[in-house]
Design a protein around this ligand. Structure first.
Ligand SMILES: Cc1cc2nc3c(=O)[nH]c(=O)nc-3n(C[C@H](O)[C@H](O)[C@H](O)COP(=O)(O)O)c2cc1C
Length: 360
């Protein structure tokens, strides 16, 4: 499947502007998702089930550990088609309290030699009210809802915190879990809520608002945290029982030490996805596992292209993985390929189930 995609479809897709083809794929996916025979056919081609991949994480049953990362289905349109494509779950959004048309285009670029994308959408989305309506039904697999602070210029810190509370309150019960995206690198307001001092402000504010979470909550972190910052985040979050764990990580902002092969990257503004994220995200997953122990559930994200990539994250301590760029470069067949490959790796290491491999 991935061979056909890479040889026939990708060359045509990659002639088109990245955002234009992204939008077309979302439109097509939404249409196919609404037609049951189309869903069944796609399931036959792309579906893969194996008992060894089933596990319950934070009370949620997952058929397999490979999920769609936030940012591909920003406006919650693909929940019907993504299980047929083989994903075990999907994170929709990021959704913000107010709609936002996105940063000025062009806002997405390919760095083909680095199997990466430069992304500067800036939390483009139709807003929380629309997302909430689209999520009102039940779906065939677990849905994570990613929320973020609206991308606009705020009067002061108080206004920023109010916006956070608004989107969290609106969206907290709309999915099977909630992810608070602390780490979008492309916003007007550069306040970094992964900074432990800022995170503390937000946690205090959530407590003050007396928000009752009925689903697990994850915090999505940036890839460039120092070990000291990571330790401070662990210390802050440990006593907060409503925090289930972390999604590690978002796009990479700092390109200084990346040694990119695509020389043209210098002219593109935005955060980087794909292979360049993996080294940093894997180191952070290991750090959080070592320092956080069993207290937190970890979801790994960044540069998952193969079963080996996914297995590295899982054996480092992640319970689940997510991807976007792998699907764009290798096609939807990559999900089945990763899941099949994971089963082979589990058998090679004599694990009966994926949850045993993740004890790390
Ligand atoms: C086109 C695109 C849009 C994204 N938008 C979001 C977003 O809205 N919220 C978010 O938390 N992450 C967003 N991300 C980051 C991804 O969720 C993921 O953390 C990152 O791309 C690394 O994974 P990957 O290498 O599999 O792409 C986006 C990534 C891409 C490629």
């Amino acid at each position: 499947m991935t061979f056909i995609y890479e040889k026939l479809l990708k060359p045509v897709f990659f002639l088109q502007e990245p955002e234009a083809i992204h939008d077309r794929m979302v439109r097509l996916g939404r249409i196919l998702g609404a037609i049951p025979p189309a869903r069944w056919t796609i399931s036959l081609l792309y579906g893969y089930k194996n008992e060894k991949l089933r596990q319950t994480i934070a009370g949620i049953p997952f058929d397999n550990p490979v999920g769609l990362a936030a940012g591909f289905d920003k406006d919650c349109k693909l929940m019907k088609i993504m299980p047929s494509v083989g994903f075990g779950y999907a994170e929709v959004g990021s959704v913000t309290a107010e709609p936002y048309a996105g940063n000025p285009p062009p806002r997405a670029y390919r760095l083909v030699k680095d199997e990466s994308l430069v992304v500067n959408y800036g939390l483009k989305n139709q807003g929380a009210l629309t997302a909430k309506q689209r999520l009102a039904k039940r779906f065939r697999f677990p849905i994570g809802v990613s929320v973020a602070k609206t991308n606009k210029r705020f009067k002061n810190d108080e206004a920023k915190l109010k916006d956070w509370i608004k989107v969290i309150t609106l969206m907290k019960d709309s999915g099977d879990y909630l992810t608070i995206n602390l780490s979008c690198p492309n916003t007007w307001d550069t306040t970094n809520y992964c900074n432990p001092l800022r995170l503390k402000q937000l946690l205090v504010r959530i407590k003050k608002a007396k928000i009752v979470f009925r689903t697990p909550v994850f915090l999505k972190l940036n890839a460039e945290l120092t070990p000291k910052q990571a330790d401070a985040i662990i210390k802050l979050c440990k006593p907060e029982q409503w925090i289930t764990g972390f999604v590690i990580s978002n796009l990479v902002k700092d390109r200084a030490k990346l040694k990119l092969k695509s020389v043209e990257h210098g002219t593109y503004k935005g955060g980087l996805s794909g292979s360049v994220v993996k080294k940093k995200a894997l180191a952070l997953v290991r750090h959080f596992k070592k320092k956080g122990g069993k207290r937190f559930v970890l979801i790994a994200c960044g540069g998952v292209f193969t079963a080996k990539d996914a297995y590295e994250y899982i054996t480092a301590g992640a319970s689940l993985v997510q991807l976007v760029t792998g699907m764009i470069y290798k096609g939807p067949g990559v999900i089945k390929e990763i899941n099949k490959g994971l089963v082979a790796l589990l058998e090679k290491d004599k694990f009966k189930n994926i949850s045993q491999a993740g004890r790390g």
